[in-house]
Design a protein around this ligand. Structure first.
Ligand code: SF4
Length: 460
């Protein structure tokens, strides 16, 4: 497990007596990478020193809004120099803090705009501190976007659901830490459940904001594990899933290493093993992410080649830990490779695995025969993407490649599947074009199968 703490202040005096040991404890706990964040000129310099001393520590340079008035011309020059250092991966923390207004708001805004401009000139992301100032922050960011692109993360996110939506729409990442473990943080836990996988970062803000079991005491990066366990619970995944997803995001935003970006034809999420056996598909869905962001829960599903049946069977047998089911899924239509599905499902079923197929339901059209009897006894469940209430909506959303009324063919596939496979489900996405009531009526009333709704943009 590789966790990345994207916000710590290990240069602070709280660590003067045991800095080295703290860093060692973090690595031992699985927190393999740390961004040490500058809050003023001195801490930005010290952050860089730490980053130069430890391979797994990276630095950022910035001025906390409380220190906004310290932005002299000399300080500007020094920040310009620091930010260009290779191990400085971000500009921050900078932002607005209207909670106590330690610096006048006008100065906070002037300083923030300087750092935004610096981040843009150096092509480095921002680490944004915002407390009780979200509306003004969004106004400033909207104005700044007119001058050119911006990237960054909202650190220790404390905004509302609406603020989250706006930040995501603007392309920002959202970072959350120990407060998620506090009994009264119900609103934050709801926010955490809504952050898209691709924008989620985690942090400690050490030495501040220790998680519940150390609350009120000094925080340190090794305690990130406690928050990560809570994130896993909220998002219904494992801590390993949280580590993989957030370390990949930290790599994408800050360019730090740690993520495994190799193409995966076998991947595990929760207690299910998924088989990504092809990137080909007979649909070309408007919502499909396979050509834009082929990442699912931190795994890269863009194949450089299609795996053989032998590789798939051996790969599943080599997986460790509890396995509830093996699922043919991935970014592509598995039943295009029907012979491989049959061979792998037979071999794994013989070993006692439960087998499921997620499919677009085109297989009988593609193979010009009824393939479903051949799955009898080797497949336990099949989920078919019904996706719409009628053929017009289906064609508009899924843009099927086969000719004719493909929607009717999918419905026939579901009817036929019920004769050969013990559990058959239809799925659909909660898109505005989809009429939920009528789609449910088709699945449950007409076809007699349960419908499972999937969130748009949430895969895996
Ligand atoms: S059926 Fe799935 S893999 Fe195929 S285009 Fe649609 S979303 Fe993508």
């Amino acid at each position: 497990m590789t966790l990345t703490d994207t916000h710590a202040h290990l240069d602070f005096e709280e660590f003067d007596n045991d800095r080295e040991l703290t860093i060692k404890r973090s690595s031992e706990a699985g927190v393999s990478y740390i961004i040490n964040v500058g809050a003023d000129l001195e801490s930005s310099r010290k952050s860089l020193e730490l980053a130069k001393k430890y391979d797994n520590i990276f630095a950022s340079s910035g001025l906390h809004p409380h220190e906004a008035q310290a932005l002299t011309d000399q300080a500007k020059n020094e920040f310009e120099r620091l930010v260009k250092e290779p191990k400085v991966v971000a500009v921050g923390e900078v932002g607005l803090d209207f909670h106590r207004n330690v610096s006048p708001q006008k100065d906070q805004e002037t300083t923030l705009r300087f750092f935004i401009s610096l981040a843009r000139r150096c092509s480095k992301p921002l680490i944004i501190h915002t407390r009780e100032a979200f509306p003004r922050m969004f106004d400033i960011l909207n104005e700044e976007f007119l001058k050119g692109p911006l990237r960054g993360a909202f650190h220790c996110f404390s905004g509302s659901m609406r603020d989250l939506e706006l930040a995501i729409k603007m392309g920002f990442y959202i970072s959350v830490g120990g407060p998620v473990t506090y009994p009264k943080s119900e609103a934050l836990r709801k926010i955490v459940g809504e952050i898209p996988d691709s924008r989620f970062l985690i942090e400690t803000d050490s030495p501040y904001l220790a998680p519940q079991s150390h609350r009120g005491k000094r925080n340190e990066p090794s305690y990130l594990v406690e928050a990560a366990e809570e994130f896993a619970r909220i998002r219904n995944v494992t801590i390993e899933d949280i580590a993989r997803i957030t370390t990949l995001n930290a790599g994408n935003l800050f360019g730090i290493p740690g993520a495994d970006r190799s193409p995966r034809f076998i991947y595990k999420i929760r207690n299910s093993v998924y088989l990504n056996i092809t990137n080909e598909c007979t649909n070309n869905c408007t919502f499909c992410l396979r050509f834009t962001d082929p990442t699912v829960k931190g795994y890269n599903l863009k194949l450089d080649r299609e795996p053989t049946a032998d590789e798939l069977v051996k790969g599943v047998l080599a997986e460790s830990g509890k396995i509830d089911e093996v699922v043919f899924c991935g970014y592509g239509e598995p039943l295009i490779r029907f012979d491989v599905v049959k061979e792998v499902a037979s071999a794994l079923k013989a070993k006692g695995y439960r087998i499921r197929i997620d499919t677009n339901g085109h297989a009988n059209l593609v193979h010009h025969r009824n393939i479903l009897p051949e799955l009898k006894g080797i497949v336990d469940a099949i989920c078919v993407s019904l996706n719409a209430q009628d053929v017009v909506t289906y064609d508009e959303l899924c843009r099927p490649k086969p000719k004719g009324n493909v929607y009717e063919a999918v419905k026939d596939f579901i009817r036929e599947a019920k004769l050969w496979i013990p559990k058959v489900e239809a799925t659909a996405l909660d898109l505005p074009q989809v009429d939920r009531e009528n789609t449910r009526r088709v699945a449950e009333g007409e076809l007699g199968v349960r419908i499972r709704w999937r969130k748009y943009n949430e895969v895996g």
